[in-house]
Design a protein around this ligand. Structure first.
Ligand code: SF4
Ligand code: SF4
Length: 179
């Protein structure tokens, strides 16, 4: 039996959240979930945490889908599962009901970043800053390239990437100074 989640169904349901999620073709598929738990059983992140999965992830993939359907916005957005999901799409592949579990998680992450910036993990924020500043998320050492006999990085395309990310609103999403 699943551990109980303390909820007040009279106050915790957010009808606006339900409406906005169900206006998305991907998120609407969560309505077909019949809680078979196949997605959770096939999830490598759940497997990684084993007995501690509930404690570390807050909501497991099948619980996330069900909570979306119920409109439990705060519970969903505050779940660590959103940020620990690797977007491997195993859940979506396994789901017998065609629920787009991974895409729903993407949408929830986007919503969390837009509405609850405090929830965005620090590591993800650092990645976003690095992408904006350098056009990549990993620092490339010159000596590594020399060892591999690769030419110096030219920086070609960096400006275009920054412009594109700016147009997509990334600086505002991560509260980058000057945006
Ligand atoms: S596999 Fe699909 S139907 Fe089963 S619990 Fe997960 S989302 Fe729901
Ligand atoms: S996409 Fe995320 S939720 Fe789905 S199986 Fe992979 S890690 Fe788990």
């Amino acid at each position: 039996m699943e551990p109980a989640i303390p909820l007040n169904m009279n106050t915790d349901r957010d009808k606006g959240f339900i409406n906005s999620m169900f206006s998305s073709i991907q998120a609407r598929t969560s309505a077909y979930c019949f809680r078979c738990i196949t997605c959770t059983n096939g999830c490598p992140i759940v497997l990684n945490y084993r007995e501690q999965a509930k404690e570390k992830l807050d909501l497991l993939p099948h619980q996330l889908m069900y909570a979306v359907r119920l409109g439990l916005k705060d519970l969903v957005l505050e779940s660590q599962m959103l940020w620990l999901c690797t977007e491997c799409y195993m859940c979506t592949e396994y789901c017998p009901q065609g629920v787009h579990v991974c895409d729903v998680i993407y949408e929830l992450k986007n919503l969390a970043i837009k509405e609850r910036k405090d929830l965005m993990p620090r590591g993800l924020r650092l990645f976003a800053h690095a992408l904006l500043d350098n056009g990549r998320t990993a620092e490339i050492m010159d000596w590594e390239r020399e060892d591999l006999e690769l030419p110096e990085l030219s920086g070609a395309g960096d400006a275009e990437l920054q412009e594109l990310l700016g147009q997509l609103g990334l600086p505002q999403l991560i509260d980058k100074e000057g945006s």
